[in-house]
Design a binder for this molecule. Structure first.
Ligand code: NAD
Ligand code: LMR
Length: 336
């Protein structure tokens, strides 16, 4: 009988879930009216695990929320505008995704965004500590390498820090590596598996091409060129946009994938694996991206460093001092 009902519901396009799965989560997007925030919110509006979508920004969210709310998916969309409404946007949130802050213009490094974006991350983190201390928090805002340690320090000061619940979003590096390798090999990028470890800027981005599946075969010169292209892909977009900002659409795609994986983990799905920049003991850098198994409490298991060849070991050596510097800058800012 139950089987028949389930089949009937499936035929009507209604998904059913086994006992133990919650299947109704609140997601807050901070910076929801921006170049990333809008398409990211559009993609999250289509995620069947989301029932409440809260859109927070200092501008335009009533309009963005009204627009999205006409889409015929089950989630309710609400707009929150201005610092006074930040707390309400976060209350009860299971996942908070943060693309709030200024993007690069040609000639700038991600670190040049620190002066403006560090304060934004500090304020949002303080409000997360008060309003949704158990939420999984995914930081997109640059410089990611520094913003994540800032958030960690702020949450620590508030006594609510759980390193398993705080993530820097480096998914775009993985998405790019899959795209470039897929097109180079003439295979569907969706079938490419590749860990990208380290951080999210220049030499700290370490694509582990020796572990890509299917294997990226090439001489050392080709491998080095592809490595640098993945490391500099953000700058490639910044240059092409010529002053109009940095990657937004590919980032929205990557952010929706990462937030979707956090939700799948929360919902008890098995074997959900993503690379993300988290507190780490894998290397000397106290924050580092490696493949993680995601579960009901965020990071369930850190899968550690993939096997590296000699070239990749050199890349790692170059990444660590830069990462340590970026991390210390965040810690100093938060404790100043
Ligand atoms: P954008 O300027 O288009 O949008 C940013 C939004 O943040 C705006 O709507 C703005 O009003 C809002 N904002 C500013 N201050 C705020 C505050 N205090 N609280 C809430 N919202 C606030 O920029 P974008 O292109 O969407 O980029 C956003 C950030 O994401 C940048 O820092 C950029 O460098 C970063 N980024 C990261 C990655 C990554 O891979 N992690 C990729 C692309 C961009
Ligand atoms: C990216 O990698 O596209 C982002 O970090 C944005 C940037 O400034 O490059």
């Amino acid at each position: 009988m139950l089987k028949q009902v389930t089949k009937q519901l499936a035929l009507q396009g209604v998904r059913t879930f086994s006992v133990g799965q919650q299947n109704n989560y609140k997601v807050t997007v901070c910076g929801a009216a921006g170049g990333i925030g809008q398409p990211l919110s559009l993609l999250l509006k289509q995620n069947p695990l989301v029932t409440d979508l809260a859109l927070y920004d200092i501008v335009h969210t009533p309009g963005v929320a009204a627009d999205l709310s006409h889409i015929d998916t089950k989630s309710k969309t609400a707009g929150f505008i201005g610092a006074d409404q930040l707390g309400d946007s976060l209350k009860g949130s299971d996942v908070v995704v943060i693309p709030a802050g200024v993007p690069r213009k040609p000639g700038m490094t991600r670190d040049d965004l620190f002066n403006v974006n560090a304060g934004i991350i500090k304020d949002i983190s303080n409000s997360i500590a008060k309003n949704c201390p158990k939420a999984l928090v995914a930081i997109i805002t640059n410089p990611v390498n520094t913003c994540v340690p800032i958030a960690a320090e702020i949450l620590k000061k508030a006594g609510v820090y759980d390193p398993k619940r705080l993530f820097g979003v480096s998914t775009l590096d993985v998405v790019r590596a899959r795209a470039f390798i897929g097109h180079a090999l003439g295979v569907d990028p969706q079938t490419v598996q590749i860990p990208v470890i380290g951080g999210h800027s220049g030499v700290t981005i370490l694509p582990v091409l020796s572990q890509s599946q299917p294997l990226f075969k090439g001489n050392q010169d080709t491998i080095e060129k592809l490595t640098v292209r993945i490391q500099e892909a953000g700058t490639e977009v910044v240059k092409a946009k010529a002053g109009a900002g940095s990657a937004t659409l590919s980032m929205a795609y990557a952010g929706a994938r990462f937030a979707g994986s956090l939700l799948k983990g929360l919902n008890g799905e098995k074997d959900v694996i993503e690379c993300s920049y988290v507190q780490s003991t894998v290397t000397e850098a106290t924050f580092f991206s490696t493949p993680l198994v995601l579960g009901k409490n965020g990071v369930q298991e850190n899968l550690g460093l993939p096997k590296l060849n000699d070239y990749e070991k050199k890349l790692l050596e170059a990444a660590i001092p830069e990462l340590k510097k970026n991390i210390q800058k965040g810690i100093d800012f938060a404790n100043a």
